[in-house]
Design a protein around this ligand. Structure first.
Ligand code: GDP
Ligand code: MN
Length: 385
């Protein structure tokens, strides 16, 4: 789950990271009030869950409350990368001397978090990694010992930070690491961490991703979810406990198990197709869940064919078949469908689907080949029973 900038920064602040004074507003008048309270110049920033808001015109400086009201009027309601702005953050403007990048992600290969810093702040870290990788200084964080002080000193040295800033940087890096761990984050990023003209370190931007699987133990964080920015498909998927990721291709996939779903996508790609989504209905899915999954797939206009790849273990193929039939009754569809059901109650499942106009397959390769052929308008898919 992604958090907004203002949410991330408030969390950082709890762990001792200095952030600018500020507050959110949903109307231009409210933005003016916040600016009046702050006094002095402010920066008005759209709160949408995408990066590069500055370049997209969603961040503007204002010299006084009247200007703050004006620019808030421009930014609120604006379309930033396909998302309508409903909230802005009005922060006391910082006079920026230097921009630094500081972030933490999980390094899966190293099986621990890694802190990354670069003197090239304000720029996307992916861009720095591509053009100037040696500018990124890294420190792996021991899960037991946490971030050590020598590590933050190494980073300070590596990014060429003036010694006068080392204690403040150490405190911020420590705070970010503590916040990352305490919130079960998969990413925590300050970009830019600035040095102001007055020589203060300040987190001007903030971004956090919280591990969805850990949200059950963070009810306070779970409540921060901005449902207004979820697509209808994502909202439905979450409601029914489905793992769903929208992709660019034309073959809608419904699979049980994340590993099998990945394999299915690989095989589809191998045979020249491209998946429209990743969708794992999970183990033991009953018909209502299957029906919800199929409704999500069929609502996607990119989908030219649906591929069911179900391995019945705990999941029963007859339940899956019932779900498919239920969904087809609710949302009749002319999209061709390829079904491969094997395992528990596969025979019952296949019998139930026999009445529905469906291409069947017994092997994964066969199913993928038929799905690709159907997506590319292939007539002879060679029904295999
Ligand atoms: P992003 O574009 O979504 O990453 O949003 P940021 O919050 O990082 O802002 C983008 C850029 O706007 C920063 O890199 C800064 O250069 C600039 N910016 C943001 N806040 C301030 C501020 O308070 N004062 C000044 N002068 N520039 C700011
Ligand atoms: Mn930024």
């Amino acid at each position: 789950m992604k958090l907004h900038e203002y949410q991330s920064k408030r969390l950082f602040a709890r762990y001792g990271v200095p952030i600018p004074a500020g507050d959110t507003a949903t109307t231009p008048a409210e933005a003016r009030q916040v600016a009046e309270r702050l006094g002095g110049p402010v920066v008005v920033k759209c709160q949408v869950l995408v990066g590069g808001r500055g370049k997209a015109g969603g961040i503007k400086l204002a010299a006084n409350p009247t200007e703050a009201e004006q620019v808030a009027g421009q930014i609120l309601g604006m379309d930033v990368k396909g998302i309508e702005v409903r909230t802005v953050l009005v922060d006391a403007a910082a006079s920026i001397a230097t921009e630094i990048y500081l972030g933490i992600v999980i390094d899966r290969a190293a099986r621990r978090p890694v802190m990354m810093a670069s003197a090239e702040g304000g720029v996307e870290i992916e861009e720095v990694a591509r053009t100037n990788p040696e500018a990124i200084i890294k420190a792996h964080i021991d899960p037991i010992l946490g971030l050590r002080e020598f590590q933050t000193r190494n980073i300070s040295l590596g990014i060429g930070l003036d010694r006068t800033h080392w204690p403040a940087f150490n405190k911020i890096a420590q705070g970010l690491a503590d916040c990352f761990a305490a919130c079960d984050a998969s990413l925590a990023e300050i970009n830019p961490l600035v040095i102001t003209a007055e020589g203060q370190l300040l987190a001007v931007d903030g971004k956090m991703l919280i591990d969805d699987s850990a949200l059950f133990r963070h009810p306070e964080l779970a409540e921060m979810r901005d449902v207004g920015e979820e697509t209808p498909a994502e909202a439905q998927a979450r409601r029914f406990g489905l793992s769903y990721v929208d992709l660019d291709g034309e073959i809608g996939c419904m699979v049980n198990g994340a590993g099998l779903a990945m394999t299915t996508m690989d095989i589809v790609t191998l045979f020249g197709g491209s998946p429209a989504n990743f969708l794992d209905i999970g183990g033991g899915a009953k018909s209502d869940k299957v029906a919800a999954a199929l409704r999500i797939i069929l609502a996607d206009p990119k989908v030219k064919v649906v591929l069911f790849n179900i391995f019945g273990g705990i999941t029963r193929c007859d339940q899956v078949a019932a779900g498919i039939l239920e969904a087809l009754e609710q949302v009749p569809s002319g999209v061709p469908m390829v079904a491969r059901l094997v395992g528990t109650n596969a025979e019952e499942g296949r019998t139930m689907l026999a009445g529905a106009d469906m291409i069947t397959a017994t092997t994964l390769a066969g199913a993928a080949r038929k799905a690709v052929a159907a997506a590319h308008g292939g007539q002879d898919s060679g029904r295999e029973r």
